[in-house]
Write a protein that binds this ligand. Sequence first.
Ligand code: NAP
Length: 405
Amino acid sequence: MPGPLQGTPIAYHDGKYVVPSDPIIPFIEGDGTGRDIWRASRRVFDAAVAKASGGTRRVTWVETLAGEKAFKETGSWLPQATIEEIKRYRVGIKGPLTTPVGGGIRSLNVALRQILDLYACVRPVRYFDGVPSPVKRPQDLDVIIFRENTEDVYAGIEFEAESKEAERLREFLVTELKATIRERSAIGIKPMSEFGAKRLVARAVQHAIDKRRSSVTLVHKGNIMKFTEGAFRDWGYELARERFARETVTEADLKGGDAGGRVVIKDRIADSMFQQVLLRPREYSVLATPNLNGDFLSDACAAQVGGLGMAPGANIGDGYAIFEATHGTAPKYADLDKVNPGSVILSGVMMFEHLGWDDAARSIVAGLQGAISAKRVTYDLARQMEGATEVSTSAFADQIIGHLG
Ligand code: NAP
């Protein structure tokens, strides 16, 4: 039996975390390559916190089970105890999990998001010097995407073509609402609410204020879907006016003038946004998006800086957050000490920033940059970098620790 837990739980009062110097943080190591990645990441986290705090802070990690390991040990892919534990300790970090095929649970990640109402999917995209990229100036892109995580296609209702439901719905829409729908169509519905849009945009704007980011861009397809995507834009502007009148100014009101330290709120149609991040990346900072657009945009931006395999992610709600790898379990490399732990390590950077431990976060970023600049990197980067030496997952962690800022 493990001894009693040292450490202190993170508390949450009046919309703010109260973080002790010895927080208890649950982790899910993840399936497949998750085991190697977690072992390496944890060493990096502990070294960075010790270095940044001069030994006055440390994390008490507590393992909590999900995925294959949970199924083997408890018969459940996502045990109730895991949910209770994350609720109790509020902030957790996880490696990739196998999505059980034909099991009773659709996706463990989606289940966790829904149970804890983690309504913002947050994906920062920044360039690490030396990483091979498909564009000429990858360093110009430095954005953080806040993607709505509970509505739009995530709450989508779909009916198969020729199903009883689709036929009934078509009948209703055609006769009652005078819609034009071809016979035998499949039908999908995407709900988007004022509540959902505003709480997401509020989080994006607050982040921009806290981190002194220059702008928040509302990304939408409102020229075509006026009452869902268009409303997302309108609700976003409304929220900024209602809640952040002093700290923000709209691009339209600014008329090209100086924002005077205020966060500029602007909007772009989604297709134009994909061009803009390629052609004028420096003009964008925080992006707030509905669910589907954000899904595409996050991966497109990550690819632009060459970092798809190292992209971090977080799912954040009010008083709860889970930080996670964005790639899968890469099962063919499981336990080979081979893959890149960068995605979980950078998710840890986000976690420390979320908890206000910016010094530890900066230290890790410097360490990662140092390892990449030294060209001692895992296979995925080594195969694209001229003159690089391939190192194992654990040796890459050693490199990062050796270069901590
Ligand atoms: P995947 O695990 O992401 O692997 C696809 C390919 O991406 C790998 O073969 C490898 O490319 C590269 N890759 C992934 N992680 C890497 C890392 N850490 N370092 C370097 N390269 C990495 O996708 P998948 O094979 O489609 O999915 C496997 C399982 O993961 C499935 O059960 C899926 O449901 C699950 N999944 C989980 C999550 C999550 O938990 N967040 C997300 C996506 C998928 P090369 O072959 O070119 O080396």
